[in-house]
Design a protein around this ligand. Structure first.
Ligand SMILES: NC(=O)c1ccc[n+]([C@@H]2O[C@H](COP(=O)([O-])OP(=O)(O)OC[C@H]3O[C@@H](n4cnc5c(N)ncnc54)[C@H](OP(=O)(O)O)[C@@H]3O)[C@@H](O)[C@H]2O)c1
Length: 253
């Protein structure tokens, strides 16, 4: 259930990978609460523009910003430029990729790419945002998208699981570093959510078995995750930091 208020009026949120899937739903949810949203993307400008239009149709305001979170220099410059132009109170580290395969077959370059984007991206964007977010004091938020796979592992996803587990350590350490300034840092661990990422990596034959294994008997929607991110971004979550919120239909308890 989306929170409907304007508690984020006057705040700017940067959502990495905000152009599609979960990031799109997060962008719309934060804009719905009054935040100006900077929608980051890497390659699909069409999708980023479409998300910006959806935000504006919902009465919010959005700009798009292209940079590769896996390129440390580019990511730090992209975040700094967005913060200088629009201010920065809330960073949602959502951009992520999956390159799956059993460890025996994983190519070292694919391992490096997954770690660079999924974990290096969170490091680079968070590092570049710190000076702005600390100035935001009690309104400052960093929210990181990890995964149930980071908590529980998954055969065929060693690099993805390692990166997503790394995000949890990074989240808790940043939470400790910034708590003195009132800034909170939390992680969300989605289970299986209906997006391009799961479409690509979940064969139809496995879908029914997967749904059977989820206590709530459905795959999640991007808005299931966006609503929790929107909650963590708001004033009602100001006493929550260093936490991992599971949004997985009961898959992992
Ligand atoms: N879907 C799930 O079941 C699930 C479950 C647990 C966790 N998650 C996590 O939730 C996050 C969003 O997943 P999703 O399912 O919404 O993925 P998705 O549908 O594949 O969308 C990925 C988004 O990330 C952007 N992106 C990818 N690589 C990027 C890079 N190097 N720099 C900047 N942007 C980049 C994409 O932009 P472009 O199109 O421009 O490349 C796109 O906006 C990811 O971190 C994912 O690991 C997803």
């Amino acid at each position: 259930m989306a929170i409907v208020d304007k508690a984020l009026d006057g705040c700017t949120a940067l959502v990495t990978g905000g152009s599609r899937g979960i990031g799109r739903a997060i962008s719309i949810a934060l804009a719905g609460r009054g935040a100006k949203v900077v929608i980051n993307y890497r390659s699909r400008e069409d999708a980023a523009r479409e998300t910006a239009e959806l935000v504006e149709k919902a009465g919010g305001s959005a700009v798009i910003s292209c940079f590769d979170v896996g390129d440390t220099q580019a990511a730090m410059e992209g975040v700094s430029a967005a913060a200088k132009d629009h201010g920065l109170h809330i960073l949602v580290n959502n951009a992520g990729i999956a390159i799956n395969g059993l460890l025996m077959r994983v190519k070292p370059e694919d391992w490096e790419q997954v770690l660079r984007v999924n974990l290096g991206g969170v490091f680079a964007c968070s590092k570049a945002s710190v000076r702005y977010i600390l100035k935001a004091k009690e309104q400052g938020r960093i929210i990181n998208l990890s995964s149930v796979v980071g908590e529980n592992g998954n055969a065929g996803q060693t690099s993805y699981a390692a990166a997503k587990a790394g995000i949890l350590g990074l989240t808790k350490s940043m939470a400790r570093e910034f708590a003195g300034r009132g800034v909170t840092v939390n992680a969300v661990t989605p289970g299986f959510i209906e997006t391009d990422m799961t479409d690509e990596h979940l064969p139809e034959a496995q879908r029914a078995d997967l749904i059977e294994s989820i206590p709530l008997k459905r795959i999640g929607s991007p808005s299931d995750v966006a609503d929790i991110v929107s909650f963590l971004a708001g004033p009602e979550a100001s006493y929550i930091t260093g936490q991992v919120l599971r949004v997985n239909g009961g898959l992992l308890m």
